[in-house]
Design a protein around this ligand. Structure first.
Ligand code: SF4
Length: 187
């Protein structure tokens, strides 16, 4: 005999965008639909150099299951991803590579900095380590910790989703955004 399906009360279902409903139709605006689609289909690019990368693997594995949030498809090709996740110590020699990968991503793109090393150099206050990736590329969300636990990574990912959902379609064309990129020498 089949058993009834048990639903967990904590499961949040994604709501439909605001709009007008009638029998057999729903009307909303394009911006809301695009934001909803983007938010729930983020393709991360894991740029992992050290121990934080191992913690990220736990986040993506079955127990924490990042795929629940639509981010199942990891991309190691910058042209097919929209969220760069930098995790681990970034040596100054590697900084141009991080920037090059970022530049190869198409807009709209977001960046999550995971762990103390990526955020600020961490314990490696030395001549050879970059003291935070925001010295070379703009960062949207910082996840602190050494290493952060998978729950913290998921929390950071949810914050990225909130940003993606709230971002207007034309934000990337704004003078403010262009000025931000120009500050990093990016045209
Ligand atoms: S923050 Fe800590 S765990 Fe993460 S890469 Fe640096 S030393 Fe390793």
């Amino acid at each position: 005999m089949s058993r009834p399906v048990q639903y967990n009360n904590h499961i949040k279902f994604e709501g439909i965008p605001e709009g007008y409903f009638g029998e057999g139709f729903m009307a909303t605006n394009l911006e809301k639909v695009v934001s909803l689609a983007r938010k729930n289909s983020i393709w991360p690019l894991p740029f992992a150099t050290s121990c934080c990368g191992i913690e990220f693997m736990a986040t993506a594995a079955s127990h924490y299951d990042l795929a629940r949030f639509g981010a199942e498809r990891m991309s190691f090709s910058p042209r097919q991803c929209d969220l760069m996740m930098v995790m681990g110590t970034i040596a100054k020699k590697m900084a141009p590579i991080v920037k090059q990968v970022y530049l190869q991503m198409a807009e709209p793109r977001w960046v999550l900095s995971m762990g103390a090393c990526a955020c600020s150099g961490g314990i490696f206050d030395s001549y050879s380590v970059l003291q935070g990736i925001d010295q070379i590329i703009p960062v949207d969300v910082y996840v602190p910790g050494c290493p952060p636990r998978p729950e913290a990574v998921l929390d950071g990912f949810l914050k990225i989703q909130d940003l993606v959902n709230a971002e207007g379609l034309r934000r990337r064309y704004s003078d403010q955004y262009k000025d931000l990129l120009a500050g990093y020498g990016i045209q």
